[in-house]
Every structure is written in structure tokens, then in C-alpha cells.
Design a protein around this ligand. Structure first.
Ligand code: ADP
Ligand code: MG
Length: 425
């Protein structure tokens, strides 16, 4: 797989009219949709920050079409952004598809000139974040996501594969610089400084925000994770694995939107998901109603955070025991019962480092969603600014604790026990 040079002039943003002949020209997609192209129902549904997304329904089936725009959709053409992020999204799907089974959408077609992917339309799935705001439970979710991160990361790591192969993949994804730049700036720097791109619930959070930006211990901890983000090329990571990048039905979970993919720390994906569960927990008082105070639901969310980590841990260790074909921890170095015991202890120690990384990255992700450029609907949809600020204050306090007192959190049970005590109400 190599990156084709594409003349910029062939690119054009698709619209409802140009999409029809584009899809009709693809035999497989045409058959999947069924009926005459003129009868296909097409609508644009993109709610993300960056891209165009269309749903196309035919007589027999439906597809989803995602096209990268040459700028940040949420900001407009004044913030240019190379559309080749679509290439990396497609390359990520190709790289993990053999390992993650049905946990991603089926990809039908990628057009390198239009930077556009035609994929399975997920239905009746909804964005997980919306489900969490609505107070819905997904019994399989934590297990699916733990499995997902374990499989996608283990099989693209030096534990599973020869380093030569990983270096090739690494070199490919090293081109995704524009999106890594977004992460470096918007997650690991801007929230801790004055920046025109930042915003927060003002005035209620003004004093706390000033205090956090003056907290050098917090900033050093966040900067260390920013450094780790760039330095720890452990595996191919999704790069944006929050609850808006997961679509769910009652029984099924799918990971979408891997345009930020690159070689990085496994804890970055773990922390994205874990941190967004914590954000959901802290936002719940803002969604309580007379019929549902969300108290039991909050408990369920914390249980899912625990189940997610345990599922990841269990699967990653099992994969390591069965598929250690890579250059890291060569199997032949650890023969005999003593070797096996030493290897077992080393594996546990490695899982502990991933756990600590998960918490640190989770905290960075929580902070940026409250102080930075891109906020989350969990809080944004709380109309009462004072109530929203109360919820956000709890989340910030927890994130600060995770970053500045990491030794208090040795096991996921420590986090689950601490969260309810670190809340405003
Ligand atoms: P962006 O990168 O711009 O955030 P996403 O990949 O997150 O774009 O997609 C934006 C929205 O489009 C999602 O929140 C979801 O509502 C919808 N969507 C994306 N992929 C699919 C799909 N395969 N099936 C159905 N809806 C989808
Ligand atoms: Mg995206």
C-alpha cells in the first residue's frame, strides 16, 4: 500500500447530485443499493468537525459516503486541512480489519481522487455519545471496546509482528502529520495556555480555569503525556477513540472515524474511551429528569469503565500468550519454568504501564473537552450554565487528580472508588 500522488485539480466536494452518478458507476455499490439510481434517497448527515457524510438509501440496501473537505468543517475554509486524512482513515481500516472482525463498518470503496470512502451504513446504530446522554445501556459495549483496542493494538505492535513490517506501517502513517498536529496543539498545549481557539463555560469556570493554567505540576504532567504521545510508537492507534467515534445498537458496537490514525501509545486509545466514559458520568446530573435521576445510570457507567479496562487487559494478555511472534520479548528468551514466570511478571508490569497511560491520557482528554476548542455534547447540551459548570468542575477535579496524584490509582477499582467523591453533587 503506497500513497498515490493525486493531482489536486481532480478533487471536488460531492453533493447530493454528483454523488448519484459517482455511486452508480461502482458495480458493487449499485447492486447493493438496488433499483434505479434516480430513485436513491440521498441526504447529508455529517455532524462531525471535519467531513461531509452522506447516507444513500436504495431499494435493497444503504451505504454511507464520507468525504474529506480541504478545510476543517467546524471552522470553515479559513482553517485549511489536507483532505488526505481520508487516505489514512482508509489505510487504518485496511490494517486492522483482519484483526477486529465485525467491530468496524465494512468498507466497499475508497476513491483516492475524491478522498472519499463508501462504507456500510450502520443502522439502527446511533452514536454512543447520544446514547449515553439519553441514559441508554449497552450490555456488550465495554467488552466489545476492550476487545477492539486489544486486538487492533496488539496485532500492530512489536509483540505480534516483525519490526520490519511495523516500520513500513509506521512510515506510511507518519504522513498523517496534519492530524497529529491537531492533537498536539488542541489536546496537549492550547488548553493549558491562553489561546483564541479555547473556550469554557464563562463566567462560572473563570477562576478554576485560571487556577489550572497556573498549576505547574499539572502542566508538567500533561506535557509528559504530550511527549509520550509523540514518542511511544507502540502500535497503530485510532487516535480519536471517544464516544462520538463509536456507533452502537443494543447488541452491536462499531468503531468509526479513524482519520487520526498513527503509530502511538496504546494508552492514548484506552484513555480516549475511558476518559469519555468519565465525562459522561460527570455530565449525568445535567440530564436527570423527574422520571430518571440518573443515579443508577451513573453507577452503570462506572461499571462499564471497569469492564472496558478488564476486557482490554484480559484479551491483550491472552493474545500475547498465543501470538507472540514479534521482536519484542522474543519467546525463545523465556524458556523453562523460571523464564515463564519472569515473562509473566513482565507482562503484568507492562499492563500496569498501559493502565497508568490510560489514566493520564484520559485526564488530558477530559481537560481539553472543557477548556479547549472542541467540546462534547454531554456538557454542551446542558442548557443551565451553572449546572453545566458544576458538572464540568467535577470532571476537571478528577482529571487533575489523575494527572497530579497518579500513584493513588493502581487499579481500576481505585478510580471507580474515587470518582463519586470527586464531584460537586
Ligand atoms: P467526522 O470525522 O467529520 O467527525 P464521522 O466519521 O464521525 O465524521 O461521521 C460523522 C457522522 O456521520 C457520525 O457522527 C454518524 O452520525 C454518521 N456516520 C458516520 N459513519 C456512518 C456509518 N457508517 N453509518 C451511519 N452513519 C454514519
Ligand atoms: Mg473525525
Amino acid at each position: 500500500m503506497s500513497r498515490a500522488a493525486v493531482p489536486a485539480s481532480t478533487y471536488r466536494p460531492l453533493d447530493v447530485e454528483s454523488l448519484r452518478p459517482f455511486l452508480a458507476a461502482q458495480a458493487k455499490v449499485r447492486e447493493l443499493l438496488g433499483g434505479r439510481p434516480a430513485t436513491w434517497r440521498i441526504r447529508e448527515v455529517g455532524d462531525g468537525n471535519l467531513n461531509l457524510v452522506f447516507i444513500v438509501e436504495g431499494a435493497d440496501g444503504a451505504v454511507c459516503v464520507k468525504q474529506a473537505l480541504p478545510y476543517v468543517r467546524a471552522a470553515g475554509p479559513s482553517w485549511p486541512m489536507p483532505p488526505d486524512r481520508a487516505f489514512y482513515e482508509n489505510a487504518y481500516y485496511l490494517a486492522v480489519a483482519p484483526h477486529v472482525g465485525g467491530l468496524i463498518p465494512a468498507i466497499y470503496h475508497y476513491d483516492p481522487e475524491l478522498y472519499c470512502t463508501v462504507m456500510e451504513r450502520l443502522a439502527p446504530h446511533i452514536i454512543l455519545r447520544h446514547g449515553l446522554i439519553a441514559g441508554r445501556r449497552y450490555p456488550q459495549l465495554a467488552r466489545h471496546l476492550g476487545e477492539y483496542v486489544a486486538r487492533a493494538c496488539f496485532f500492530t505492535s512489536d509483540l505480534a509482528r516483525a519490526f520490519e513490517r511495523n516500520m513500513e506501517t509506521m512510515a506510511l502513517f507518519a504522513g498523517n502529520k496534519a492530524l497529529v498536529r491537531i492533537t498536539v496543539d488542541l489536546i496537549f498545549a492550547d488548553p493549558y495556555c491562553e489561546s483564541a481557539r479555547n473556550r469554557h463555560t464563562s463566567p462560572p469556570l473563570d477562576a478554576l480555569v485560571a487556577q489550572l493554567r497556573a498549576d505547574t505540576q499539572l502542566k508538567v504532567a500533561a506535557a509528559r503525556f504530550g511527549q509520550k504521545f509523540l514518542n511511544d510508537t507502540q502500535a497503530l492507534v485510532h487516535g480519536d477513540l471517544h464516544s462520538g467515534s463509536v456507533m452502537v445498537s443494543e447488541t452491536d458496537s462499531r468503531v468509526i472515524d479513524p482519520e487520526f490514525a498513527f503509530y502511538g501509545p496504546i494508552g492514548f486509545d484506552l484513555g480516549a474511551f475511558f476518559g469519555n466514559l468519565l465525562l459522561s458520568w460527570y455530565s449525568q446530573p445535567g440530564h436527570a429528569t423527574a422520571a430518571d435521576d440518573r443515579v443508577a445510570y451513573r453507577q452503570w457507567i462506572l461499571e462499564q469503565a471497569g469492564a472496558f479496562w478488564e476486557s482490554f487487559r484480559g484479551r491483550f494478555l491472552a493474545l500475547w500468550a498465543e501470538h507472540a511472534e514479534g521482536d519484542a520479548f522474543p519467546r525463545r528468551m523465556f524458556g523453562g519454568p523460571e523464564g515463564a514466570a519472569a515473562l509473566g511478571a513482565a507482562r503484568e508490569a507492562f499492563m500496569d504501564t498501559l493502565f497508568a497511560d490510560m489514566l493520564g491520557f484520559a485526564a488530558c482528554k477530559m481537560i481539553r473537552r472543557i477548556l479547549g476548542f472542541a467540546h462534547v455534547l454531554d456538557f454542551e447540551s446542558i442548557a443551565d450554565a451553572n449546572l453545566r459548570a458544576q458538572c464540568e468542575t467535577g470532571a476537571l477535579a478528577m482529571a487533575r487528580l489523575l494527572l497530579t496524584r497518579p500513584l493513588q490509582f493502581r487499579a481500576v477499582a481505585d478510580v471507580i472508588a474515587a470518582v463519586p467523591g470527586v464531584a460537586v453533587r
